[in-house]
Design a protein around this ligand. Sequence first.
Ligand code: KG4
Ligand code: ZN
Length: 366
Amino acid sequence: MMRVALGIESSCDETAAAVVREDGTILSSLIYSQIEIHKPFGGVVPEVAARNHLEKIDELVKQALQQAQMSGDQLDLIVSTAGPGLIGGLMVGVTYGRFFAAGLKKPWYGVNHLEGHALTARLTDRVSYPYILLLVSGGHSQVLWVEGLGQYKRLGTTLDDAAGECFDKSAKILGLGYPGGPAIENAAQTGDAQRFKFPHPLVGQKNCNFSFSGLKTAVRQQVLAMMNQNMQFGHTEHNENTALSLQDRADVAASLQSAIAAVMVDRTRQALQEYATHASALVVAGGVAANTLIRTALTKLAGEYSLPLIAPPLRLCGDNAAMIAWAGLERFISGHGPEDDGAPRPRWPLDPTAKLPSGLSERYAK
Ligand code: KG4
Ligand code: ZN
């Protein structure tokens, strides 16, 4: 009999539940996004997120089981995201999962959300260990050497903002709304990526670290400069959202997207130079992995080192519960068991031994 796990995800602004089988079949995967609720605030409000997780979780779990045509007692394992993330949301998913499992007398695991992203390529493509992982999401930008289950060596991280944060903050400056990644990608389609020469932070350095806050600043300066110019030429709008022409906006979006892609290629190349000969693949994960330009650039890069680029399908790039169920299943089946008691943890690095890049305070460590 193939084993089956129920996964529960609630670490940020998606409430998700999924049922996954050990052969990688996703029997159901439901995602309830709170994006519309947080939109007016331009970002995720933790208390609002926690309350909405609480309201939705029971319904989602029941729907996930129904779609999978399974009853609770046919499950072998219940898995919740226990960190890293917003503590209120994590507590909802962990508490719900624990009680649900206890009621069924089934084992429960609390897993690392980042491990979920890291192992998605094994769920979808059966990628074998070891591999190089570029994890780029709203909260993280890291390059990792995935040696095996639970064995992660962090090769680089961001010194300031995460890649997704750069997309999100820049989109806000451009008046493109939240979440910024898809909005920038969309606006960039009609833009000229050559028009603005945005900085390429850390490019050329002999490590895999990232820095994105300077890019966001460059976008702000460019936008302000163009707004000033527009006003001098008699435009009366002073609103950040309207003082830019659609073309200006598209050009900034395209130039920014291309700078971010170039930075990612350069930083990831550092890892490939050292590890490509031992790796089975270059894997990209996290919400930013949904970006087509970035995927294309990384495919070309991996090809230079004779490696495939494995990128999850779009619905598994962003936060979802199938990856959480899978991370739990891998631990269950391999006999590893959960990493700890599953208490919710706002911070939970995949590689606890990784040193912060020099000169960085703990506050900035992602
Ligand atoms: O992994 P994820 O769903 O949540 C976190 O764990 O952070 O990633 C969300 C991030 C957001 O910053 C969003 O703007 C970004 O992924 N994102 C994108 C795209 N789709 C989502 N960034 C660039 N291009 C996209 N198409
Ligand atoms: Zn995520």
